[in-house]
Write a protein that binds this ligand. Structure first.
Ligand code: NAP
Length: 316
């Protein structure tokens, strides 16, 4: 019976995935890692009501990805061994996406890269991750560019220095947008790209585990739109994402949660080291991105560079 830890489990796709996982016979217990204890408790009560599982089936730990101190405390608070780790928490980061955290990391990279990486590394080091654990990192289609919001990240091969500039707030390469507010989406795209490369490298480093980067796909009716720049929110981003579902450009959170479930439970659909995202720009079948963009997702040098940059920043 698997012990599953889900980050960002109190709402959105993370919450719905917990609800679906609770219905699986193979699930032994679920740990909800959230940054707000009241929200975490509220989610547990709702899960108990909606799934019929007893309260003891669920537990909570506090986790704020924008603080490495909080990540370390979270690792210490996890009891027992985690069989399945769903690194779902993340987001766009809003207008202050480049503001530095107390650890000197941009908000957007802390939310989408270093927090999840530090949690993974911390659990490994504390021997709280099962030797054959399944680890899924929430990536996004934006990691491969999503014109006109952001373009495909360009890293020079093995360019650890370039990646570091993104993590610490002075994007020094491959970063260019004409409209200032578009910077947010560009930063978010780079963050998800670096996170994806980091977890691809982790898959190579830990061959007994199954480690996959997967996008839940363009999903309406979550709080994700609240992280877009104010100007995009004023233009009704949340409504626009919902309207996009009528032309096959977004889907409901339950569809996104099912995508996570397939990746978590169906090993043959989601081999270790892959980056799975929609076949279309926003939506579509979940497919391996490496054959389409080998320069990014089948590039060992780039994966190693991302891992080196991230590890250096979280070790400080
Ligand atoms: N929605 C989409 O179209 C889409 C597409 C591709 C990828 N994704 C990715 O899918 C994941 C889930 O997105 P969603 O749409 O479900 O978004 P959401 O409704 O905004 O949920 C995000 C979850 O992450 C948590 N979180 C945010 N910042 C955190 C931090 N610093 N520390 C700990 N937890 C934090 C949130 O906690 P609070 O409740 O406390 O804010 C919330 O539980 C994200 O990684 C997102 O980037 C989403």
């Amino acid at each position: 019976m698997a012990r599953i830890l889900v980050t960002g489990a109190n709402q959105g796709i993370g919450y719905l995935t917990c609800a679906k996982l609770a219905s699986e016979a193979s699930t032994g217990s679920i740990v909800l890692a959230c940054r707000d204890s009241a929200k975490a408790q509220g989610a547990v009560q709702k899960l108990v009501r909606e799934t019929g599982r007893p309260e003891s089936f669920f537990s909570t730990v506090l986790l704020d990805l924008t603080s490495l101190t909080s990540v370390r405390a979270c690792v210490a608070a996890v009891t027992g061994s985690v069989d399945v780790l769903l690194l779902n928490a993340g987001g766009i980061g809003g207008d202050d996406h480049l503001m530095l955290t107390p650890d000197g990391i941009t908000r957007v990279c802390a939310m989408n890269v270093t927090g999840s990486a530090a949690l993974f590394e911390g659990l490994l080091e504390a021997k709280k991750l099962a030797p054959a654990a399944v680890v899924v990192y929430a990536s996004s289609e934006i990691a491969r560019g999503m014109a006109p919001f952001s373009y495909m990240p360009k890293f020079a091969a093995a360019d650890e220095a370039c990646m570091t500039t993104h993590l610490v707030g002075q994007p020094g390469c491959g970063y260019f947008r004409l409209l200032p507010f578009m910077k947010v989406m560009n930063s978010y795209g780079y963050a998800k790209a670096i996170g994806t490369l980091y977890f691809q490298n982790a898959a190579a480093d830990h061959p007994k585990m199954r480690i996959v980067a997967a996008s839940p796909g363009s999903t309406h009716s979550t709080s994700a739109a609240n992280g877009t720049p104010k100007i995009m929110q004023c233009m009704g981003m949340a409504t626009q994402m919902w309207l996009m579902s009528f032309v096959g450009m977004s889907h409901a959170p339950s569809v996104a949660a099912q995508r996570y479930l397939d990746v978590l439970l169906l090993a043959d659909k989601a081999p270790s080291g892959t980056f799975l995202a929609s076949s279309g720009v926003f939506e579509g079948e979940l497919v391996d991105q490496a054959p389409w963009y080998p320069q990014l997702w089948a590039n060992r040098q780039l994966q190693q560079a991302a891992a080196a940059a991230v590890k250096k920043v979280i070790a400080k």
